[in-house]
Write a protein that binds this ligand. Structure first.
Ligand code: M6R
Length: 606
């Protein structure tokens, strides 16, 4: 969470820092701030709320300086206000920080005893005063090394110094940080996305490393303060842009992009001539893999759950799924013959990264399913399967969900084929069906009107439920998550068959309930469960697939039909109306669709 930018240039930097902060808002948006160095001063301007507030701040217009740091915040310690906004400064040092300093209380006590004054409620301010304290007795590099060794917890830092006005220090442990190379200027950023408009030449810092950035030179150091060399990478360019174009919101654009992103994913992995799946350079023999554990958070976890159904359908592998924040603290019995798959759009989610790190330390086989191929999770996994969705800016994950499901579906099919557990004709038929998926998604995207009408009912209700069985159950969870995060309506996803074991008590007259009942092998059972909720007064929005047979049930409030395909691809189509339901609910309420309250796109704190 939170975004960092730093620029050291031969020209004024405040306008470029503001522009980069706007791009970084997806990482946090409860306050923003900037500090530049000029005429022997640290100039600090901070505002509560969005970067646009900072931009309107009178002081920004007069902010001089060819070197500066900026930050967008997602609050952890201290309420979101301008005092707690970053940068935090002492008389000679200014710091922006992502992450959490776990020993800040002890360090603060000690620093107060030494005469330091604190202004904010943040843990970050401790770093500022520690550096100031260490600079009293040591030179820059040693002071930084000493400070980093005193900090516990996770951090990515950008630091500027009143008395050393030609450089920025960047440092990381746990939170990602990149540097970028430009003409007569160099950059620091919490991710490559922040730097993409300025450069495609990037170096990533590894844990415990720090760097010193001047306008025409960058030096890297290890945790002992010893100079090291690092590689410069050229970033891939994405043909799917990170601009909104004619769309009102990124989310709307990203929903509509799904036929294209799914098509790209299919083209990347499917060999049309041989009707086969290509997973190039897969580093293990299939016999070495006896079980699979899929790990993710939020929407990514839902695609893991979806994948469990597919892997179990096509292979005899033992399939486990885990929420990263649970996995990392449990007593896991690691199995050598298991493949650990980490699913993450950003590739920077702190909990998912920590779970990967744990697997790495236990020498497990690790595979990343990510959108951002330059991300920490991608870089630190043994093998990477990119989802090829292009930048996803809306905080609510949409096209990345379909992308993750697609790659996991393809992987499950391939494993089934390699293990000879899926019959060849069936395998090739499924590959054929995949080719039609983009056009079916495109047609399903036309469900707009019905969904718009239904969304008001969800907004007016005090709660709602999303039910599904089998392949539709993970989609019910995802539909409920989308509605909660965008329209702040209580929504619960449930396996339809579980209702009678408790949640049925929640159903009352007029409560909106989404029932996902495609005509698959679970259809009849789900329809029975639907009748149970209708009988208790629920207003059912049934989502099924097109068929010549009518749905045999009375008193369904609304029915929405998606296109038809084989049972295991239906989840892709069922997702579309649920994304739209959440979108239109939030739109009607006038909420900030791309930046829902209290959330951030990339969750880099645990
Ligand atoms: O970047 P990741 O896929 O690792 O992010 C995981 C979750 O934070 C993310 O999916 C979150 O649940 C979304 N906001 C849901 O729309």
């Amino acid at each position: 969470m939170c975004g960092i930018i730093g620029i050291s240039s031969d020209k004024p930097v405040s306008a470029s820092i503001i522009n980069s902060l706007k791009k970084l808002e997806y990482r946090g948006y409860d306050s923003a701030g900037i500090a530049t160095l000029s005429d022997g001063n640290i100039n600090e301007v901070k505002s509560k709320g969005r970067v646009s507030n900072l931009e309107r701040n009178f002081d920004i217009k007069n902010l001089k300086g060819n070197i500066g740091i900026g930050h967008v915040r997602w609050a952890t310690h201290g309420i979101p206000n301008s005092v707690n906004a970053h940068p935090h400064s002492s008389h000679n040092v200014s710091v922006v920080h992502n992450g959490i300093i776990e020993n800040s209380t002890i360090l603060k006590k000690d620093l107060i005893n030494k005469g330091h004054n604190f202004k904010s409620q943040t843990d970050t301010e401790v770093i500022v005063h520690l550096i100031t304290e260490n600079l009293k007795t040591t030179e820059l590099e040693e002071a930084i090394t000493k400070t980093l060794n005193q900090l516990q917890g996770s951090f990515a830092l950008g630091v500027v110094f009143k008395d050393i006005p030609d450089l920025i220090v960047g440092a990381r442990r746990g939170s990602p940080l990149a540097v970028g190379y430009g003409p007569n200027e160099n950059y620091l950023g919490s991710d490559s996305y922040a730097l993409k408009s300025m450069t495609n030449k990037i170096t990533y810092l590894n844990d415990s490393e720090f760097c010193i950035i001047k306008k025409n030179q960058i030096n890297f150091f290890n945790d002992k303060g010893k100079k090291i060399n690092k590689k410069i990478l050229e970033l891939s360019s994405n043909e799917l842009s990170s601009e909104k174009g004619d769309f009102k919101h990124f989310m709307a654009k990203e929903i509509e992009e799904q036929p294209t992103t799914v098509k790209t994913g299919i083209n990347e992995y499917i060999d049309n001539v041989n009707k086969d799946i290509n997973i190039f350079n897969f580093p293990w023999k299939i016999e070495e893999i006896k079980s699979i554990t899929l790990i993710g958070c939020g929407t990514a976890y839902h695609s893991c759950l979806m994948a469990k159904y597919w892997f179990e359908e096509f292979t005899s592998l033992d399939v486990n799924i885990d929420i990263a924040s649970e996995f990392r603290y449990r007593k896991i019995r690691f199995k050598k013959e298991s493949l650990y798959i980490f699913v993450s759009q950003s590739g920077e989610t702190a909990d998912t990264y920590a779970a990967l790190d744990l697997c790495k330390k236990n020498k497990m086989k690790t595979c990343a399913v990510v959108n951002v191929i330059e991300s920490s999770i991608a870089r630190d996994s043994n093998f990477v399967l990119p989802i090829h969705c292009g930048p996803e800016i809306g905080v609510a994950s949409t096209k990345a969900f379909l992308g993750q499901m697609l790659i996991l579906y393809i992987l499950a099919l391939k494993f089934g084929s390699l293990k000879n557990e899926i019959e060849k004709n069936n395998y090739q038929e499924k590959i054929n069906d995949l080719k039609n998926l983009p056009s079916l998604i495109e047609k399903t995207l036309l469900v707009d009107n019905d969904i718009q009408n239904a969304s008001s009912t969800f907004n007016d209700a005090k709660g709602s439920m999303f039910l599904g069985r089998g392949f539709s159950y993970p989609i019910a969870l995802e539909g409920a998550l989308k509605l909660k995060e965008l329209s702040y309506v209580h929504a619960e996803g449930y396996p339809a068959g579980e209702m009678k074991h408790g949640p049925l008590a929640l159903i009352e007259e007029g409560m909106p309930v989404v029932v996902l009942a495609p005509r698959d092998s679970y259809y009849k059972k789900t329809i029975s469960n639907m009748q149970e909720v209708i009988a208790r007064g629920a207003k059912v929005l049934l989502i099924t697939n097109k068929s010549k047979d009518e749905v045999i049930s009375e008193n369904i409030w609304e029915t929405i039909e998606v296109e038809n395909t084989n049972d295991d691809l239906l989840p892709f189509l069922l997702t579309i109306p649920l994304q739209k339901l959440a979108y239109y609910s939030a739109l009607k309420k006038g909420y900030d669709i791309d930046k829902p309250r209290n959330l951030a796109k990339s969750v880099t704190v645990e």
